[in-house]
Design a protein around this ligand. Structure first.
Ligand SMILES: [Mn+2]
Length: 268
């Protein structure tokens, strides 16, 4: 039986974008056990629901199911810069409350989840340019539907160029303040990361838009960042799915022991 975590965090699924790994995210959520699920922002690429595919709707349907009170799972949505303005729609559509930042206690520690664009000076100072950039990005994906290599390249380039990973980590650690919050969690950068400063722990949950899909678990063992390993599904269509495959296949990297290659190209 899979471990039951106190909390699972995923972010940056970018539903409505062609690089969204909604199917993998759904398979993961179906295989994991947890008491609380935090959708840490940018679950949608934009507010255009017409771009959602059948797979994307299936993911949303599963969230709606999880949020049913009989499951006794707390599902919360923390708004990102791409899902900004979805508060009312989301609460109705999937029955999940939306927060700008979400705070909870676990293991005697104060935990705080905030998407992270608040610490991204480019997103804050250039909301219009970010919107234009996002539009161009979505248009490019249409012309590059074959393997999305170019779109993925742009996504990585964008992240590196803005040096987002370090900037958001720094901003979040300063925001948390020693003695007030022990652990702070962000998404937004698409780069999983663990950091510690002055007794405050920072974790970034990465994204579900590329080959690399990552999620955070919080439980008695502490905080861990995991890679979700895609199932190579070449079995008979009639064969039943094995629900717990994610746990057996997941590579668990203890938080804080992330290899340097993860941050390739981002000056430390
Ligand atoms: Mn974001």
């Amino acid at each position: 039986m899979a471990d039951c975590f106190d909390t699972v965090i995923i972010s940056d699924l970018h539903l409505g974008s062609e690089v969204s790994q909604a199917g993998a995210a759904l398979a993961f959520l179906q295989s994991a056990r947890f008491k609380r699920l935090i959708l840490l922002g940018d679950i949608f690429a934009d507010l255009n629901f017409r771009r959602l595919t059948k797979e994307h709707w299936k993911f949303l349907g599963h969230i709606r199911k999880l949020s049913n009170p009989r499951h006794e799972i707390e599902v919360v949505w923390v708004e990102g810069n791409h899902d900004h303005g979805l508060t009312e729609v989301m609460s109705h559509l999937v029955g999940v409350p939306v927060y700008q930042e979400y705070e909870w206690q676990y293991d005697g520690k104060r935990h705080l989840a905030i998407h992270g664009h608040q610490f991204d000076s480019f997103a804050v100072g250039n909301a219009f340019l970010s919107k234009v950039g996002n539009f161009i990005f979505l248009q490019l994906q249409k012309f590059d539907s074959k393997n999305k290599r170019f779109a993925r390249y742009l996504d990585r380039l964008n992240t590196r160029w803005l040096r987002l990973s370090e900037q958001v980590a720094h901003g979040a650690l300063s925001y948390a303040k020693p003695g007030k919050t022990e652990r702070i969690f962000c998404g937004h950068t698409h780069a999983p990361l663990a950091r510690e400063r002055d007794g405050v722990e920072y974790y970034n949950s990465g994204a579900w838009v590329d080959q690399r899909c990552t999620y955070i678990t919080i439980g008695p063992e502490g905080v861990e960042i995991h890679d979700y390993v895609h199932e190579t599904d070449n079995r008979d269509p009639g064969e039943e799915r094995i629900p717990a495959f994610a746990d057996a296949a997941a590579i668990t990297v203890p938080a804080g022991l992330f290899p340097d290659e993860v941050y390739e190209g981002i000056p430390g």
